[in-house]
Design a protein around this ligand. Structure first.
Ligand code: SF4
Length: 265
């Protein structure tokens, strides 16, 4: 199915959406039928719907960023630049870092089934340590690492755990989380929450299993078929888990409703 076919299909089921303009505002589509890479950042989302992940990867769909997300991206780039440009200063009185050459945005790859590759970029690698930087608004910052069930924490941990397994030399990881809202207030002390992440073999196996299920769904789409059974199964699973609320805000709900309706006829 190419991008035009996708648009046609969405037009047919567009009665579930308010207007085509709304569809345009949902997506930035970078469709590449030959693409065989899955980003760690897409797959490392605990309990997410596999069909949603498959649609995201297959259509290269990016959702529009709000102002805070854009600011977070800029601050993220800025932090890396600061560490890079001031490395000598930073290491001047730190014997532990003396002979370590930092690597920034280190590309990482892991081979999956059928020629697919799991790809990611670790923010900073210092010897056998990997660092990830996160920028969150006050709500996300306060919730981060406050409980095992915080979604933002789970996502960040699963992502870093994948990097720790993909990069053979890695032993331990650190997530540094900053509060974006502090940066709009020059006089305010910038808060940062550090979190240590240890390698978790079982979690990585689950990440890989999830990636392989997502690949199997994408392969169906590549063969021009809607993954109807997967959609029906995921809808049922979410319903049983009382998580249908996830579907309400999902950009692909129109497709799943279309499949459900078709199978009820
Ligand atoms: S609407 Fe629900 S079942 Fe369909 S892709 Fe989205 S989250 Fe998954």
């Amino acid at each position: 199915m190419n991008r035009e076919d996708f648009r046609q299909m969405m037009k047919v089921i567009n009665n579930y959406l308010k207007s085509e303009e709304e569809l345009e505002s949902f997506y930035e589509i970078n469709f590449d039928p030959d693409k065989k890479t899955i980003p760690v950042t897409t797959i490392a989302t605990p309990s997410s719907c596999k069909v949603q992940l498959a649609f995201k990867v297959y259509f290269g769909a990016k959702f529009q960023s709000n102002e805070k997300m854009l600011l977070g991206t800029k601050l993220h780039e800025g932090l890396i630049e600061i560490i890079k440009n001031h490395w000598e200063e930073i290491t001047e009185n730190t014997s532990k870092l003396e002979n370590i050459n930092p690597e920034f945005e280190k590309p990482l790859e892991y081979s999956l089934e059928n020629g697919w590759t799991l790809v990611g970029r670790a923010d900073m690698v210092l010897g056998d340590e990997i660092y990830e930087f996160k920028f969150k608004d006050t709500k996300g910052y306060d919730k981060f690492d406050s409980s095992d069930s915080d979604f933002g924490t789970q996502v960040a941990v699963e992502q870093l755990n994948a990097y720790l397994h993909i990069y053979d030399d890695a032993k331990i990881g650190f997530i540094w989380t900053f509060n974006i809202d502090d940066f709009g207030n020059p006089g305010k002390h910038k808060q940062m929450k550090p979190k240590v992440v240890y390698k978790n073999e079982k979690m990585f196996e689950e990440t890989i299993q999830k990636a392989n299920i997502v690949i199997s769904i994408i392969e169906k789409l590549k063969n021009g078929k809607l993954p109807e059974n997967d959609i029906l199964q995921e809808r049922l699973r979410l319903k049983k888990a009382k998580k249908l609320w996830m579907c309400k805000s999902c950009h692909f709900l129109a497709i799943c409703k279309y499949v459900e309706k078709k199978n009820m006829l």
